[in-house]
Design a protein. Structure first.
Ligand code: SF4
Length: 351
């Protein structure tokens, strides 16, 4: 019975891949509601009504890679790309801090300019935001050599994010062309060994099966990351996957709810990058406890999955997100509340 599986997950925070598959296969509306309700109970028991908030600073959209699903893949020539200066990144992070956002997510493509001279530009940017602003930092710079993680931590990053997208090795290799599956999986482990909190993520709608989704959730939930996410693939113009039929958000909502049941005290994002502000309510109702991809308007900044959605109209701005959370009976977490989460979950440094 579906209800027994939900009850087991709520109580024990663990499921076999077959049981995750059973929940990922739910179609019945009533059963879906039971799944989401269980996820909300777990979230509210662990975190009360507070919701964490992250700002998104996508500071370089240059990338040497050619992932088939990505708008910023190197072969997508002729698109508008940018690289923000260190000063601009500091200023953007400061404005997020002033607005009460808990963290600045410093994201870039695998930009050779940032990687040259031993990753000097990347490390300088992280230290400048850490020293001059003091906001918590997530570094999302792509795959790094193992020895870099201690340096990223020493520069002042709290988190390292690197999404596997899928734990189906064959599918991974067909999406992330010329990139190593094992190296990308190891990124999260190396980050945690260096004392960084780590985030992993899956993408839904890239050609994977329901079984693949269940196995990906199982893998992500066992790796030890303090933040796990699911995002629905949005086909991108100018890429080999531009004509894929997009999914609605149902599979993502199921994944969020199941991840919540399995990762009860962890952070699970509701990303504004897929459906903009319209998608906030459903994802919070599925058990998410963190709003990511809040982007300040009028700064010529892009999102990842949807590079323009709701940014310049201000709908992804801080005030708008905070109002929506209040409206749903939640409140945004203070920086002290966020830091207490980090202190409780930060891995012990062994590298
Ligand atoms: S997904 Fe990341 S690594 Fe792949 S092409 Fe896009 S920016 Fe580059």
């Amino acid at each position: 019975m579906i209800q027994d599986t939900i009850a087991k997950a709520e109580k024990e925070a663990r499921l076999t891949p077959d049981e995750i598959f059973e929940l990922m296969s739910i179609k019945d509306k009533g059963e879906l509601e039971e799944l989401y309700a269980a996820a909300r109970r777990v979230r509210d028991r662990e975190f009360g009504k507070k919701i964490f908030t992250y700002g998104f600073v996508y500071f370089s959209t240059y990338c040497k890679n050619n992932c088939t699903f990505c708008y910023y893949r190197t072969s997508n020539t002729g698109i508008d790309r940018y690289r923000k200066s260190k000063e601009e990144i500091v200023q953007l992070s400061a404005s997020l801090q002033d607005a009460g956002i808990n963290l600045s997510d410093l994201t870039m493509g695998e930009d050779p300019q940032m990687y040259k001279d031993g990753y000097k530009n990347l490390l300088d940017i992280i230290s400048a935001v850490h020293d001059e602003v003091g906001i918590n930092i997530m570094a999302s710079p792509g795959a790094l050599p193992q020895e870099m993680f201690a340096k990223v931590r020493d520069a002042g990053a709290d988190w390292y994010a690197c999404y596997q997208e899928t734990y189906n090795r064959g599918l991974f290799e067909s999406l992330r062309l010329n990139q190593s599956y094992d190296d990308r999986r190891n990124q999260k482990i190396w980050a945690m060994e260096a004392g960084l909190l780590a985030e992993d993520g899956m993408m839904i709608g890239l050609g994977e099966s329901v079984r693949d989704r269940a196995e990906t959730i199982a893998e992500m939930s066992s790796l030890g990351c303090a933040q796990v996410r699911a995002m629905t693939f949005v086909p991108q113009v100018g890429t080999p996957m531009q004509d894929f039929t997009p999914y609605d958000s149902t599979e993502e909502l199921k994944a969020i709810a199941i991840m919540r049941l399995l990762n009860q005290d962890k952070l699970i994002p509701c990303s504004l990058d897929v459906e903009g502000i319209a998608g906030l309510r459903t994802r919070i109702n599925a058990g998410a406890n963190l709003v990511t991809s809040i982007v300040p308007p009028s700064q010529h900044l892009a999102g990842v999955a949807q590079h323009e959605l709701d940014i310049e109209n201000g709908n992804r701005s801080v005030e708008h997100v905070f109002e929506m959370l209040e409206d749903m009976g939640h409140h945004h977490a203070s920086s002290a509340e966020y830091r207490s989460f980090l202190n409780a979950h930060r891995p012990k440094r062994v590298a």
